[in-house]
Design a protein around this ligand. Structure first.
Ligand code: Z5A
Length: 230
């Protein structure tokens, strides 16, 4: 493990994104994974979208407060793209170039699902925005955390307490069911990049599922790369 960590530190970092519906447990799991990687001497940072950089956090406020909703799904997509552009340029790419692993709470799949599938924004516009904002920066691995809608919403409502629901939390059950199906579709269509995680379990069990999948996908690839040099 020590040699592997040394080899992985020397290379470009890995880009890992977490996706899923409301209350799936992404933020909880990202934090746990970062702690585990750092404890294994693999430097990892956590970040999120929309946001993650000072400029993008301003756009986040505009989007999640619902102020931009009246502009329509296309305009909202452009705002998500503007936030992503700043985040990728100022945070994600520099960290990867320094050899850090970047764990990001939501990324382009969220735009595909929320604005594309649910907001009916033209897929060609979604792809064009991806080309502009991320170029060839694709996640090395995407964890799609899956929970039944009722479970996710219950968790989110409990966490929110008396605070007001944000722009997307306020949508109805049908919206969240469609969201879940859209994520299941992405996981089925892109099995090399995406790992579907059953997140309807206690926190430690989900963390262990994620660690096992990470080891299988990224560490085994790194070991194979290492062995091929000998
Ligand atoms: N959005 C978009 O439309 N287009 C885009 O391109 C992008 C985003 C990038 C961002 O919301 C919104 O922006 C999002 C999509 C949209 N819409 N929504 N809704 P956000 O950043 O404010 O929140 P989120 O990304 O949706 O995450 P979340 O729903 O707040 O939750 P989470 O990160 O998946 O879960 P959590 O915070 O880790 O856990 C939620 C609660 O459950 C918490 O109290 C935990 O302690 C508890 N929890 C976590 N795991 C467990 C387990 N295993 N068992 C029991 N309880 C648990």
């Amino acid at each position: 493990m020590a040699n592997l960590a040394k080899g992985l530190r020397a290379a470009r970092g890995r880009f890992i994104t977490f996706e899923g519906g409301e209350g799936a447990g992404k933020s909880t799991q990202i934090k746990l994974l970062a702690e585990r990687l750092n404890a294994s001497k693999i430097p990892a940072i956590t970040t999120r979208e929309p946001g993650g950089s000072p400029g993008a956090e301003i756009v986040r406020h505009l989007l999640l407060s619902g102020l931009a909703k009246a502009l329509g799904a296309e305009a909202e997509s452009l705002l998500f793209a503007a936030a992503r552009d700043d985040h990728v340029t100022t945070v994600i790419k520099p960290a990867l170039e320094q050899g850090k692993w970047v764990l990001c709470d939501r990324f382009t799949d969220s735009t595909r699902v929320y604005q594309g599938e649910l907001g009916h924004v033209d897929p060609q516009l979604i792809r064009a925005m991806e080309r502009v904002t991320i170029g060839n920066l694709k996640p090395d691995l995407t964890f799609i955390l899956d929970v039944p809608v009722a479970v996710g919403l219950k968790r989110a409502i409990e966490r929110r307490g008396t605070a007001t629901a944000d722009r997307f939390e306020g949508e109805g059950i049908e919206f969240h069911e469609k969201l879940r199906n859209a994520y299941l579709g992405i996981a089925a269509n892109e099995p090399k990049r995406c790992v579907l995680i059953d997140a309807n379990a206690d926190t430690e069990t989900v963390a262990s599922r994620i660690w096992t999948a990470l080891r299988d996908h990224l560490f085994s690839a790194a070991i194979a790369g290492d062995n091929s040099k000998t």
